[in-house]
Structures are given as C-alpha cells and as structure tokens.
Design a protein around this ligand. Structure first.
Ligand code: NAD
Ligand code: ZN
Length: 250
C-alpha cells in the first residue's frame, strides 16, 4: 500500500503529465470554509431533509418553508471565505494545469478564490429571480428579514439554484459531459457520489479513458473506479498537491 506522500507525488505527476485536467467538486470542498454538507457529520440532513425543504414542489406549495433552508444557507455562505482547497484549484488553473471545475456547490467560493472556468452544475444561491416576472436580483441586495422575500412586482423570489425535482441547466449538463469526455484526468473532490447526474461524470471520464483521482475523508461509490484515492480533507490534501506541483516546476 503506497503511503500518503507517495499518493501526493503520484497525483502531482499525473497533473503535470495530463493534457486536460478537470475537477469535479461537491459540498465537501467547502466544509473547511464552514459550510456544512448535506450528508454526514454536522450535515444539514441531521436537522432538515433537504429533499423535502429544497424540493421544487415544497417551494411552489409553501415558499416560506423552503426559504427556512435557503436563508440558513445564504447566511452561512455570506460569511464564508475560500479555503486552501479552493485556492489550490485556482492556482492550478493559473498555472495552465486545470481546464475547468464542474462544481455542484451553489456557494460561489471557487469564483471568490479566483477560478475563472467554473461550470455551476446546480446553479448558485447568490442570485435570485422572481418566479412571476423573471427579474434577477443579487441576493446581497435583498432583505431576508421576512421570508419568502418578494420582488417589487409582488412575486416570490427564488434562488438560481437547482432544486430537487428540477432538471440540470441544459448548458451546464452539455458542457460538463463534454469536459468529462475530453479530459484525461479528473480530480473528484468532496462529493458523496450520490446526487445524479453529477455523480455519473467520473464514470463518463473513466469510460473515455481518463484517470480518476478522488479526494475525500470517506470512501464513496466513486472510490472503486478511482485510480488514486487520497483519504483526507480537501484543504490539506490539495495544499500538499499544489506544493508538490510547484516544487516540480522549479
Ligand atoms: P454531500 O453533502 O452529499 O457530500 C459531502 C461529501 O464531502 C461527503 O462525501 C464527505 O465525506 C465529504 N467531505 C466532508 N468533509 C470533507 C473535507 N474536509 N474535504 C473533502 N471532502 C469532505 O455533497 P454533494 O455530493 O456535493 O451533494 C449534495 C448537494 O447539495 C450538492 O450537489 C450541492 O448542490 C448541494 N450543497 C451545496 C453546498 C455548497 O454549495 N457548499 C452545501 C451543501 C449542499
Ligand atoms: Zn417580479
């Protein structure tokens, strides 16, 4: 069994020899920024069932109920800052070593860290739009003292995030699949590998001949197809990887 340092060395070499690296990120990459994931220890799932609160049917029937979850996530996200894992991916892109990030997160932290090519697979919770007139508003410009927040037209506002029961935005789905098919290395970071269709992207990559690297403190359904599994938190592991990559470039 290779040790931790050997795995880091192996991932760094894979990144340097790859022609097209793509990262797929999930809620786990933002845990060290203080944003709880849905599943697992401390996850929102322990208190709410997101599949109920964040379901489009709940939102349409009782927007105030859905907004209890949205408001909590927005307040946490407003205080959150990118962590070393987000920064390491931004640095890889800057070095020309990462083509794009497909993220399931709705927290905008990759963009805050400086990543440019980010596919928001599940939209984001930073922008809101009116379900009546479609007008878009920045979440930061809207008071959440009363929920649900309303548009000037009286319509209910909703986040531009994909709710349970809704389809993935077509452009995001098409471009993610293209990236998964085209890459020769996919870094899968902090995702439970359960939420579909995002969870199928590593399979698409693997079927197209790519190497799959997984970084997660726990094994997931993706682990058995991973060529390299690095067990650990994204902050430490990606900091070690970027340090090794930069050492090798010197
Ligand atoms: P998930 O909540 O289902 O799973 C989180 C994964 O992160 C788990 O596999 C866990 O082992 C791992 N993890 C925990 N701590 C970690 C760490 N320090 N470093 C790396 N990994 C760690 O997340 P998911 O698979 O992304 O699916 C849930 C969906 O809910 C997402 O698609 C997303 O849309 C949404 N969500 C988003 C946010 C966010 O924007 N930050 C937060 C919660 C949920
Ligand atoms: Zn309106």
């Amino acid at each position: 069994m290779p040790g931790y340092d050997d795995l880091i060395e192996d991932v760094a070499s894979s990144i340097l020899s790859s022609k097209h690296t793509v990262a797929l990120t999930g809620a786990g990459i933002s845990v060290e920024s203080g944003i709880a994931p849905f599943r697992g220890k401390g996850g929102l799932w322990e208190r709410y069932d997101p599949e109920e609160y964040a379901h489009i049917a709940t939102f349409m029937q009782n927007p105030a109920r859905a907004w209890v979850l949205f408001k909590e996530m927005i307040e946490v996200i407003r205080r959150a800052k990118p962590n070393p894992a987000h920064l390491a991916l931004a640095r890889l892109e800057e070095l020309g070593l990462l083509s794009c990030i497909i993220t399931q997160n709705v927290d905008n932290l990759h963009q805050s860290a400086g990543s440019r090519n980010v596919i928001e697979f599940h939209g984001n919770i930073i922008n809101l739009s009116c379900i009546e007139c479609g007008k878009k508003q920045r979440c930061s410009e809207v008071s959440l003292d009363e929920i649900p927040p309303l548009c000037a037209c009286g319509g209910v506002l909703r986040p531009d995030a994909v709710l349970f029961g809704e389809a993935i935005p077509f452009d995001a789905l098409v471009s993610s699949r293209k990236e998964a098919e085209a890459c020769d290395l996919m870094l899968v970071i902090g995702t439970s590998g359960i939420v579909q269709p995002a969870a199928s992207m590593p399979l698409v990559a693997k079927d197209s001949g790519a190497k799959v690297v997984e970084i997660n403190p726990e094994e997931t359904p993706i682990t058995f197809i991973a060529d390299i599994f690095v067990k650990g938190g994204a902050g430490r592991v990606l900091s070690d990887i970027i340090r090794r990559v930069e050492d090798k470039l010197r």
